[in-house]
Design a protein around this ligand. Structure first.
Ligand SMILES: [Zn+2]
Length: 159
């Protein structure tokens, strides 16, 4: 690992042994955000083996399933996501988060993420933002600080 490369972890899928690994693209390393997204996918498979789709509304308010939903559509989303936005849901702690294409159209909608406090939902949102919008959030910590700074009851958008 290079000294400047502190935002990477060994690839949990191939540990650097597979040049065609779809998680790390053969680099052998992943960001902490991607490592947590992949862990959530594995956990979702254990918690709900019957849940095969990519719709987190079937598991409302659980960040793990939102991350698994993102993971299951990640290959489709790569290179297409240019922005993100969120809006609070008034009867719950969680909000609705959309990742948008260049024309502002939602590519995926997630229902188990949150912002504005320290917890599972905001940590999940930070991981999704860091993975989907690396130009805006060069490290997972940048995304975490952004998510923490968002007012809980307001709309937000990046950029
Ligand atoms: Zn790998």
């Amino acid at each position: 690992m290079h000294p400047s490369d502190t935002d990477t972890l060994p690839c949990p899928l191939c540990e650097g042994r597979r040049p065609r690994c779809h998680l790390c693209d053969g680099s052998g390393t992943v960001t902490p955000a991607l490592e947590r997204i992949y862990s959530a996918e594995r956990l979702a498979r254990v918690l709900a083996p019957e849940w095969r789709g990519a719709d987190d509304r079937q598991r409302p308010g659980v960040a793990t399933f939102s991350l698994a939903t993102y993971y299951r559509r990640r290959r489709f989303l790569r290179g297409k996501v240019v922005a993100a936005r969120g809006r609070p849901v008034h009867d719950g702690a969680f909000g609705i988060v959309e990742l948008l294409d260049k024309d502002g159209r939602p590519l995926i909608t997630l229902h188990g993420l949150a912002w504005g406090y320290v917890g599972e939902g905001p940590a999940g949102l930070a991981n999704v933002l860091a993975d989907a919008l690396p130009h805006f959030f060069p490290t997972t910590d940048d995304a975490r600080q952004f998510v923490l700074s968002l007012p809980q009851n307001n709309l937000w958008r990046v950029p």
